[in-house]
Design a binder for this molecule. Sequence first.
Ligand code: AG3
Length: 275
Amino acid sequence: MEKWFFELQEPGVKLGIEYEDKLLEVQTKYQKLEIYKTKRLGNLMVLDGCVMTTDEDEFFYHEMISHPSLYTHPNPEKVLIIGGGDGGTLREVLKHPVVKEAHLCEIDGEVIEAAKKYFPNLSISFKDPRTSIFVEDGFAFLDRQKEYYDVILVDSTDPVGEAAKLYEESFFKKIYNSLKSDGIFTIQAENYFYELSVMKSLYNNVKSIFNKAYFYFSPVITYPSGNWSFLMGTKKYHPIKDSDFNKYQIKTKYYNRNIHYASFALPEIVKGIVK
Ligand code: AG3
């Protein structure tokens, strides 16, 4: 008997992934966490019914949420990740030899524990000596860190439920205050095929705090529409003019210099929501 996991990605549209075993199903304090061993995509993590990551396609998302900011900032020594409990973003951040401190602030400790057990390839950097992990709410955490970080990355779930507040203006104000005067931040930003209005309000919220905001894009095979967006807010630097690829090389599967430049090209329908 075939066993399938389905995510209802949009009314009338489901993504199906065939699996061999369900490895975990728990209701944590914050969300329902499921892990599957799939036939084709390695292990799959699901939160509240939504695909978070799979072993096979995780690199698109984790490389692309990290490297554009880290190659735009000339010296990203102190980096904070909010969310990102699976460790994939942390692993990418720590590929940069200039990073001295990588802080991960994840509200749900059970996601971190599940990643250690079921996603060794993602959670590998929890042990890195440059890593500090904080299991707490990002809002409260940011209040204690004034002008401390060079880069902040927000690697969260969709803007519903507990995570909705991570997409609001008041949160971006806190991020702004926790960044140094030339800091950069990037947040995962849904997709323009189904969620253009979400992207529009996110853009407006970021733009009202940071004077510069730039969308960029990447495929992520298992996410709604298969094409994902990220939004970068910067205090000073420009992702095309200021990015520097000569400083050092890192090993990636998707990201490179030309992908960096190309990813910031705006489709016509997105041009309509930015100013
Ligand atoms: N964070 C963004 C996941 C959004 C996926 N949405 C969905 N499947 N409906 C992923 C966290 C991975 N570190």
